[in-house]
Structures are given as C-alpha cells and as structure tokens.
Design a protein around this ligand. Structure first.
Ligand code: GDG
Length: 461
C-alpha cells in the first residue's frame, strides 16, 4: 500500500480530533497506510527567518507543521483565503476584497509549503491536498519536479463561471488547479461548474463524464460527498450522559417543540434569515408562542474579518428583537449561544430537538445536517429542515427542503415538521439514515483514495 501524505491548512491534532469528525477519519486512513500530515501549526511568527518545520510522530503517522508570519496570517489567511476565495466560492462577490498584497501572500505561502514539502516526499507517495487555501500547491510541487500522483479535494462550493471570472486571479488559479491528477468536489453542481469553466474558458474538453482534458493534462474531476462516522456520532447521542441532558432539556417544560441550529457564525450559514423564518413561524402559527424555542449555537469564527463582525451584530440585534416582541417571563423564544459547545453536548441537543434547522445560503456539504440525522431516536425521530443550497440537499431528498431566502417557506416547513405524524417521521428518517451511511466519512476517504491510487487512464485520441 502506498504511503499517504495529507496536506491541509491546519493539521489535525490526534489528541483532540473529535469523534465522528473528518479529522478522525483522515487519521485512521493515515494510521492504516502509514503517512504524513503536513500544514500550518496555527501559530504566527514575526519574520520569515523564524519559520522552521517541526516533526512529531504519532504511531506510524508523522505530523509536520510550520508557522506563518504575522504578515502571512493577515494577507494569506484572512486576506486572500477568507476575504476573497471564501466569499467568491460562496457566490458572495459583494463581500469579496481583492488586493495585490493578499494575492502575492497566497502565492508566497503556497510556494513555501511546496519548498518544504517536496524534499520530504518519497517517489511512491500519494499526495492529497485539502481545500481552498492550497489550490496552487500541486502546481508548485510539479514546478519542483514532483511526479507523484497529486489529488485535491474542495470542501466548499465551486461557483458558476460567471461568478468566478470576477476574481482577478482566476485564470492563474484555475490553471494551477488543473495540474492535479484528481480533483474532488462535494456535489454534481460543483463538479459541473468547474468542468464548464475548464471547457468554456480554458479550452478544455470532456473525454468522459468525469475526465477532463485540459492544458495538456488528463484530470479526473469527480464527486466525493463528505460524510460523518454515523455510528460513533450516534453512540455519543445515546450515552447515559446524553440521556440525562435530554431529560433536562425536556423537563424544563418551557418548550414543547425544541428547534436546534448549530453553525459557525459565518454569513454563508444564513443565520439572520433563519431567525426571521422563526419569527414568521410565530406570526403565521401563533399557537407556537410559548410552545416552540429555537436554540441557535453559533461559535465565533474568523472574527478579524469585518463581514463576520457585521453578521454577529445583526444576529444579536435580531434575537433581542424577537425575544423582546414575543417572549414572556416564562418563555424565551430564541436561545442564542455564541460559544463553542462540547461535541457530546451537541449530540444530545440534536437528539432532544424535534426539528433540526439547517438553512445555509450556500454550503459545500454541511455535516451538521448529517449529524442531526445520526443523533435521532429511530423510533421517534425529529425532522430535518434543510436548505436547497446545502450540498447535503443533493441526496437528502427526504428532509423538508426549503429556500432559506423565503422566510414563509421555511416557516411553513417548520409547521409541517411540528405536525408530521410519527409514521412519516420514521419513514423519512430511515431513508435519510440509509443515505448518510452510504456517503459516510469512510466511503468519502476510501472513494477518493481509490481514484488517486488508480493508474492514470489513457485517453482516446
Ligand atoms: C466546511 C464546509 C463542509 C459547529 N459548532 C460547534 C461544532 N461544530 C461542528 C459541527 C460540524 C462542524 O463543526 C461544521 O461542519 P460543516 O460541514 O457544517 O461546516 P464548515 O465548518 O463550514 O465546513 C462544509 C465541511 O467543510 C466538510 O467538508 O461540509 O460545507 O464549509 O461537525 O458539529 N462542534 C463543537 N462545538 C460547536 O459549538 N464541538
């Protein structure tokens, strides 16, 4: 079995990788094959002279990490990755900021990663690069003579060509992306957007449904939906500790309908729209007053980026407004928690809630939707209300699929969930559980690695 080298912006920590998360799945794969995980250690130093790679062994996995400079952190991480690429890939050109310094930092950090990584590679290694921070890394490795199989997985959406071309660096970036042997996407829509761009703007052509011939390369561009480890998440939701928490949640007696949302506080997750939908639920179906509570857990993220500070203020104002207008001394309609909650507590909250409300405006996959399903009691499950713009919606047909921009549509779906007979809930949940098992974390990783490990396929002339 060939050694596996994972490259990602942040390297997972084997001591605190969370059960059921993708990092655990990647560790398991690395342990099985033996391998290396390479990336940023999360720290920043004053100047480039202070950058040095450090190595740590964990079983038969070597973790190689290096710091960024403070300038890189500002320009590469906050500036280009999260101030330009993240909004563009989530169709939010209005929030994207492009500067020469930031794009230079992006090139610089990727080149530095490649310069450090290339000498550590063995000729037979499979190299799997993750996510938008490292799109040009493959091309940088090729420029250093690396001939290994190189794969890339994009965790976030791939925008339609008309959106992408607004980004000043798009030609360079896409030519770099096309240097990988395998490119993995979350959904068919993302894969189709990339292939359309390659064919319409780069002179590429499809040799097969998922094989693209572009810029002299043959690239496998395929769909590998990310998933969770269903059994380990379900086990967390059914532990005695989880059971105690659920009893507590129900005993409080304040709400007969618990609705749960869990998202990093990111503008892509549609949180203000979600709160407006909950408000519409109370207006359109006033019988839910004093009966329904929305618990929104939204841990802080990327707070140095202005758009994130703005969304926080908007959310705080909205939850205050709804609680002021509808709340009473014995009922708080919105419970907003702006901090990181332990994962086993989340599992219990999911299981104790009758509705899982997952309404991003745009999302690569959205693993919260899958965690909510995994956590349910199969004999009396809750209902998933899911945005059509989450990658997860591509195959979770039995959820109540909604348009998150349409508050009334989401409110009607919540009411339908509240009234849904148990028999229908059980049938929908059984189908959803089957699907998240089919696309679990192990299959995601196994599928990608099989594609990467396969010999390059000859193309018809
Ligand atoms: C990116 C893409 C894609 C959230 N709050 C807390 C907490 N979480 C956990 C959730 C879930 C994870 O974080 C979030 O995963 P998502 O998939 O929902 O979203 P992103 O972070 O945006 O991830 C996304 C994913 O990559 C994988 O490919 O699905 O589309 O954007 O596991 O449970 N965990 C804890 N406390 C919290 O307060 N412990």
């Amino acid at each position: 079995m060939r050694r596996l080298v994972i490259v990602s912006n942040r390297v997972g920590d084997p001591d605190c990788a969370v059960s059921g998360g993708l990092a655990v799945c990647i560790f398991d794969g690395l342990r099985e094959r033996g391998g290396m995980w390479f990336g940023w250690n999360g720290e920043s130093v004053a100047s480039e002279d202070e950058i040095g790679a450090s190595c740590r062994r964990c079983d038969n996995v070597i973790l190689v990490t290096m710091p960024l400079t403070e300038g890189d952190y500002q320009e590469f991480y906050l500036g280009f990755c999260n101030g330009a690429l993240w909004p563009v890939h989530h169709y939010r050109l209005d929030l994207a900021r492009f500067t020469q310094e930031n794009s230079e930092a992006y090139r610089r950090v990727n080149e530095r990663f490649a310069a450090t990584l290339a000498p550590l590679l063995k000729p037979d290694d499979l190299v799997w690069v993750h996510d938008y921070h490292l799109i040009p890394l493959g091309a940088d490795l090729r420029a250093r003579g690396v001939r290994n199989r190189l794969g890339f997985f994009l965790h976030i959406p791939f925008p339609p060509p008309d959106v992408l071309v607004a980004m000043p660096e798009h030609e360079w970036l896409m030519n770099a992306l096309a240097r990988y042997d395998v490119i993995g996407f979350q959904t068919k829509t993302d894969q189709a957007n990339f292939c359309r761009f390659a064919c319409e703007h780069m002179g590429g052509e499809m040799a097969r449904d998922d094989v693209l011939r572009v810029a002299g390369n043959s690239v496998l561009a395929a769909v590998f939906p990310a998933g969770i480890n269903v059994d380990s998440f379900a086990a967390m939701a059914t532990s005695p500790e989880a059971e105690r928490r659920i009893q507590w949640l129900h005993r409080r007696g304040e709400a007969r309908v618990n609705i749960i949302g869990v998202d990093r506080l990111d503008y892509t997750k549609g949180l203000p729209d979600r709160l407006r939908s909950f408000k519409r639920l109370l207006e359109l179906y006033p019988q839910n007053c004093k009966a329904a509570t929305l618990m929104q857990i939204a841990p802080p993220t990327r707070e140095e980026v202005k758009a994130y500070a703005d969304i926080r203020h908007e959310l705080e104002a909205l939850s205050g407004e709804i609680n002021g207008q509808f709340g009473d001394f014995d009922w708080t309609p919105v419970r907003y928690v702006h901090r990181n909650v332990p994962r086993d507590t989340l599992a219990a909250l999911f299981r104790g809630s009758q509705i899982g409300l997952v309404t991003p405006l745009r999302d690569g996959m959205n693993l919260v939707a899958k965690e909510y399903i995994a956590a349910q009691d199969e004999t009396n499950p809750g209902v998933l209300v899911l945005s059509r713009f989450a990658g997860a919606a591509e195959d979770l047909d039995e959820a109540l699929i909604v348009n998150p921009y349409d508050a009334d549509d989401v409110a009607h779906a919540m009411q339908r969930a509240i009234e849904m007979p148990r028999e229908e809930r059980v049938a929908r949940h059984a189908a959803l559980l089957g699907r998240i098992r089919q696309h679990d974390a192990g299959n995601w990783m196994g599928g990608f690695l099989r594609a990467l490990d396969a010999p390059a396929r000859p193309l018809a002339a």
